[in-house]
Design a protein around this ligand. Structure first.
Ligand code: PLP
Length: 288
């Protein structure tokens, strides 16, 4: 088992430079707002054969989340250097992941903190081939939330994932593996840690990102793969009826990649094993 790697950034919004630390030892301050309030942001990047996948898209999204939380803009060169240093320091593993964590820092200091860690990924082969059972859960928000209530930070990748984890527990209680959130006005949104992608005839379609959801880097890569293979792509308002009628449906995310949806609220739906396999091999062979 490869040893996890931890790097602490010296000044994540202003300069490059980091220090290696022992991930087994406590290093974060008990006063860090990322810990005491979940006031910060993160990214999870999959690393396949030493290549951080969609790194530019993840760094752009880190910057976007920071802007939404009014955090100082992250110094992207510092984060990029830390990512490659973590990869250099990490033992070889076929699939690993790197987390970038950026918090508002210790209360009263106005100095954000940042750290990066890398460790091997779990084995997601069963989810990728046999598929996942999902339940639809009401998110309690209208689809216009991002415009009407930007302070709710929908669409930012914040450290406050307690709700997302509670939703996953609810799915498990209902005998399912994962969740798709639905807006109060009936539109498909996203999973707690994944984007919804449907294949409707010759089109790959994902929920419109204006609905207060995170723009997915994996979905973006899948759309690029789909276009190369002659499909059309679209961002639209989608409903549970679209999910049931779709030729194929997936929850897609960094690390697990494309997991085909084999049932919705206990109702079976077909999976396209061949197409899923070609999407996942397309994702695994990205060179940047
Ligand atoms: N939506 C949410 C809420 C997420 O947390 C994630 C990833 O963690 C995604 C979508 C998928 O994003 P990506 O494909 O960039 O991993």
């Amino acid at each position: 088992m490869a040893t996890p790697v931890l790097l602490l950034l010296h000044d994540p919004s202003r300069s490059t430079g980091f220090t290696a630390a022992d991930p087994a030892l406590p290093v974060a301050s008990a006063l860090d707002l990322g810990i005491t309030r979940g006031d910060g942001i993160f990214e999870t990047i999959t690393v396949i054969d030493g290549i951080p996948q969609a790194l530019d898209a993840h760094l752009t999204r880190l910057e976007r989340s920071a802007a939404l939380l009014e955090l100082p803009a992250p110094h992207l060169a510092a984060w990029r250097e830390a990512v490659f240093a973590a990869i250099d320091a990490h033992d070889d593993a076929p699939e690993s992941f790197i987390k970038l964590l950026y918090s508002r820092g210790i209360e009263g200091t106005d100095e954000p903190t940042g750290w990066v860690y890398m460790q091997p990924s779990g084995d997601f082969s069963a989810e990728r081939t046999e598929g996942i059972a999902v339940v639809l859960l009401d998110r309690g928000y209208h689809s216009t939330i991002a415009e009407t209530s930007p302070w709710l930070l929908q669409g930012a990748k914040t450290l406050s994932y307690a709700i997302n984890r509670a939703a996953a527990r609810e799915a498990h209680r209902r005998g399912a593996d994962d969740v798709i959130f639905v807006s109060t006005d009936g539109y498909l949104l996203e999973g707690p840690t994944a984007t919804v992608v449907l294949k409707l005839d010759d089109r790959f379609v994902t929920p419109d990102t204006h609905l207060g959801i995170l723009p997915g880097t994996t979905q973006e890569s899948i759309f690029e793969i789909a276009v190369v293979n002659g499909y059309r792509t679209a961002y639209e308002k989608l409903t549970p009826a679209d999910l049931l009628r779709a030729d194929a449906a997936w929850l897609v995310s960094s690390v697990r990649n494309a997991a085909p949806i084999r049932s919705v609220d206990g109702v079976p739906r077909s999976i396209d094993a061949e197409l899923t396999e070609s999407i996942n091999s397309g994702l695994a062979s990205r060179t940047s």
